[in-house]
Design a protein around this ligand. Structure first.
Ligand SMILES: NC(=O)c1ccc[n+]([C@@H]2O[C@H](COP(=O)([O-])OP(=O)(O)OC[C@H]3O[C@@H](n4cnc5c(N)ncnc54)[C@H](O)[C@@H]3O)[C@@H](O)[C@H]2O)c1
Length: 283
């Protein structure tokens, strides 16, 4: 199915990523159903979208009437059956393989034969998720970045059984959202998480060597033009999340992704970054 056949999109999950994906998809003119398991989660997702759109309106980047039209294209729901007439489903539920496999089994039962079924997973194998269905050629990774309305790039993940046609349609869909697609093969961490996390881990080792987080960050920002230093970035992402992702990468690629002892010690201390008020920096 080509991108011209995509009219209705269903997004599963109304959390951090799900509501952002719903927003940019509705902004691009698609009809979107946003499904979560409880009304309160769906409502929270809608509130986040409304806030984000009003910011665009306040800044003069969008007309008020346009924001209304975007909202009118969104159907908030707790019904799973909305996937039945979707041309594209984007799954954005928590990062648990069992949960995603279970959802893709259900999608396989309910979706139209030509529908594309995508996962927003940031670390799980698309090949395994696709294998839960009888149509793994229609399963692809569409890995949006956080915050979705702001970040320009989207990583497409080419599972072992993903067809070229599915990948091409996913690419065109991402472009239609005004974003830039990049394609990654289906190994742990794809391209972005793999390259980023080895860099973050090495930065942690330089702090262990006695360099201050500020010196490490300033060096990377002013000498290599990184928009943000690695220590500040780890504090933002969460030290526990960095250690968790490094664990997944170590499982796939071995030793070189072993988390720096400093990061593990910070997790033990509960110094997880911004969310706990202390990480490499104090907040
Ligand atoms: N947060 C990030 O920075 C980020 C970035 C890129 C990718 N991702 C990936 O996106 C996915 C979602 O992450 P998130 O941060 O939005 O999580 P989140 O916890 O904010 O949201 C997940 C939502 O899914 C809902 N949910 C659970 N089971 C469901 C079901 N069966 N049907 C529909 N909804 C269900 C939950 O109630 C919750 O509202 C994960 O795979 C994650 O790895 C996250």
């Amino acid at each position: 199915m080509g991108v011209e056949n995509i009219k209705k999109v269903a997004v599963l999950g109304a959390g951090t990523m799900g509501n952002g994906i719903v927003q940019v998809t509705a902004q691009a003119g698609y009809q979107v159903a946003m499904r979560d398991v409880e009304d309160s989660f769906v409502n929270r997702g809608m509130d986040t979208i409304k806030k984000s759109l009003s910011k665009f309106v306040e800044k003069g980047k969008m007309q008020a009437v346009e924001a209304e039209q975007v909202l009118a294209r969104i159907t908030p729901t707790t019904e799973f059956d909305v996937v039945a007439d979707a041309d594209l489903v984007v799954e954005a539920v928590p990062e648990k393989l069992d949960l995603k496999v279970d959802i893709f089994r259900q999608l396989d039962q309910k979706c139209k034969p030509e529908a594309i079924m995508a996962s927003n997973t940031s670390s799980l194998p698309i090949t395994a998720i696709g294998a839960a269905t009888r149509r793994p050629d229609k399963v692809v990774g569409i890995h949006f970045m956080n915050p979705v309305p702001v970040m320009r790039g989207v990583e497409l993940v080419h599972g072992r059984s993903t067809s070229e046609e599915t990948l091409e349609t996913a690419k065109e869909f991402v472009k239609s959202l005004g974003k830039v697609p990049t394609v990654a093969q289906d190994y742990a961490g794809f391209i972005t998480s793999r390259v980023l996390n080895i860099y973050l881990n090495e930065a942690a080792y330089t702090v262990m060597d006695g360099n201050s987080p500020k010196d490490v960050d300033d060096g990377m920002v002013y000498c290599t033009n990184m928009p943000q230093g690695p220590c500040a970035l780890m504090d933002l992402v969460g030290i526990d999340v960095v250690v968790y992702v490094l664990g997944i990468l170590e499982e796939e690629f071995g030793e070189k992704f072993k988390a720096a002892p400093l990061l593990k010690q910070m997790v033990r201390a509960g110094h997880l970054g911004r969310k706990t008020g202390l990480g490499f920096y104090k907040y």
